[in-house]
Write a protein that binds this ligand. Structure first.
Ligand code: ADP
Length: 269
């Protein structure tokens, strides 16, 4: 039987210290690489990672998420890209050292946005890499936008679009908390984990969900949840869980640990 296909998105909050600029969490990256190497026995995987402190502070400084406003932003496009190449290299190097045939891919090269949503994607190389047993590693990036010149494309949006394009069996959003709570768990000790969210309960849940830091240009947990919902509506199984605990990678793939599941209305019991 051919291995099922999973899209795993690891947040910038997992692989970097979001409070300290350009600071990778090497131990977590290595832990994830080891777990992913094992998971490949049972799954084909596309790995997507966020930008964390390698991307958000620069994107915010130059207003890249607002689209083209003036020439002063242009050097910011270059600086942000360079920084993301460095982060992606750290991730890919760790994967290769753990025996994973991983290659980096940058969305600016094969995706275009319209109004900050992906409007075109050249998906064929990803499918071909997977058929060769090569693991594509795609990062959040500055992407050209036909209306705004450019914009910031989140790893969350990439995960949702690629999963829809290639028909993933499972999508895992790994972040630095155990899932979606009734309020930000970093700010409230009374926050309770929500174990299941459906398209119908989404409007209630959205009231509780906020961004992570003021410089987060991709809407934090709210952006993630919106993407997860798009997938659930297409019948793709989605979980949001904690990947700072990297042993969770395989457990989340099987839906076998503390997390939030996002499911279509009809599957709710
Ligand atoms: P990542 O970088 O992993 O993609 P983000 O930092 O964008 O993730 O979003 C995760 C953050 O969202 C958490 O660290 C948490 O502080 C914040 N957050 C805000 N509201 C909630 C909520 N209701 N439930 C869970 N996390 C929340």
């Amino acid at each position: 039987m051919s291995r099922r296909l999973a899209i795993i998105k690891i947040g910038g909050s997992v692989i970097t210290d979001k409070e300290r600029i350009f600071t990778p969490r090497i131990d977590v990256i290595n832990g994830i690489a080891r777990e992913l190497s094992n998971a490949l026995n049972n799954w084909r995987i596309v790995l997507i990672h966020g930008a964390g402190s390698f991307g958000h502070p620069l994107a915010y400084k130059y207003g890249l998420h607002l689209g083209f406003k003036d020439r002063n932003q242009i050097i910011g496009v270059a600086e942000t890209k360079l920084s993301m190449i460095r982060l992606s290299e750290i991730v890919v190097e760790s994967l290769v050292r753990h025996g994973v045939s991983a290659v980096p891919m940058y969305p600016m090269d094969f995706m275009v946005m319209t109004d900050f949503r992906i409007s075109r994607v050249f998906i064929e190389p990803i499918k071909m890499l997977l058929s060769l047993d090569i693991t594509p590693v795609i990062c959040g990036d500055t992407v050209l936008d036909v209306k705004h010149g450019f914009g910031i494309l989140s790893g969350d949006q990439i995960a949702s679009r690629i999963a829809s394009e290639i028909g993933a069996d499972r999508v895992v959003f790994g972040t630095d908390v155990d899932g979606v709570y009734t309020s930000d768990p970093k700010k409230s000790v009374n926050a309770k984990l929500i174990d299941t969210i459906t398209p119908s309960s989404f409007s209630e849940v959205i009231k509780f969900v906020g961004c992570s830091t003021s410089s987060d240009v991709t809407q934090g947990m709210l952006g993630k949840l919106r993407e997860a919902l798009i997938l659930a509506e297409k019948g793709i199984q989605v979980v949001i869980g904690n990947m700072l605990k990297y042993e969770n990678l395989r457990l989340l793939l099987d839906g076998n640990t503390k997390c939030t599941r996002i499911i279509p209305n009809e599957l709710q019991t």
